[in-house]
Design a binder for this molecule. Structure first.
Ligand code: AMP
Length: 193
């Protein structure tokens, strides 16, 4: 199964991706995690990405598209994968379409986890308060979050009509608790599988 998890920062994409990954035995491909690993390892990509990530801005499309194209080639993606945090712009979505077409693959579903803005701030504040300062993500602060939400509204939300047109989009109410969201996702995936 090949799917995309779409939703603003703090919607719970990572948490739900982990559950999908464990249940369906497919890897979670998080561009955010991959970029944080590149930063931690001091690679060229990491050096380019860090200031942008810290400012809540997007890393250039060509960088993340390459990161995903390489990752999808790995043998563990053979049975499918979960894209978490990618694509984030229409050009990235188009690049993904092209990439998959070239491999004769197709997406099964795009799951949008829909959460309102006020709730995102409440969640991020809780996440900051509960995380040890040394384990905190450098972009987990209210200032950067505001920018990340604005970037989501301006650049990522256009993916919703983009995927509506392909009839692949399914919307899940992300205002509910983690377990309820998970139940809703399982119900959608059960019909697809
Ligand atoms: P995330 O962990 O998905 O919230 O991503 C953290 C940060 O990594 C984002 O704010 C961006 O700076 C960068 N990033 C992650 N995925 C992408 C992407 N698909 N395109 C551009 N930048 C990304």
């Amino acid at each position: 199964m090949k799917l995309i998890l779409l939703g603003p920062p703090g919607a719970g994409k990572g948490t739900q991706a982990q559950r999908i990954s464990a249940t369906y035995a497919i890897p979670q491909l998080s561009t955010g995690d991959m970029l944080r690993a590149a930063v931690a390892n001091g690679t060229d990509i990491g050096r380019k990405a860090k200031p942008l990530m810290d400012a809540g801005k997007l890393v250039p499309d060509e960088i993340v598209v390459k990161v995903i194209a390489d990752r999808i080639e790995e043998p563990d993606c053979h049975n499918g994968f979960i894209l978490d945090g990618f694509p984030r712009t229409v050009p990235q979505a188009k690049a993904l379409d092209k990439m998959l077409k070239g491999k004769k693959l197709d997406l099964d579903v795009v799951l949008e986890i829909r959460v309102d803005e006020k709730e995102l701030f409440r969640r991020i504040e809780t996440r900051i308060a509960q995380t040890d300062p040394k384990d905190r993500r450098s972009d987990d602060n209210p200032e950067t979050l505001k920018k990340r939400i604005k970037v989501y509204q301006d650049q990522t939300k256009p993916l919703i009509p983009y995927y509506e047109k392909t009839k692949k989009l399914k919307v899940v109410d992300g205002m509910k608790g983690i377990d309820e969201v998970w139940e809703a996702i399982k119900a959608i995936l059960a019909v697809i599988k």
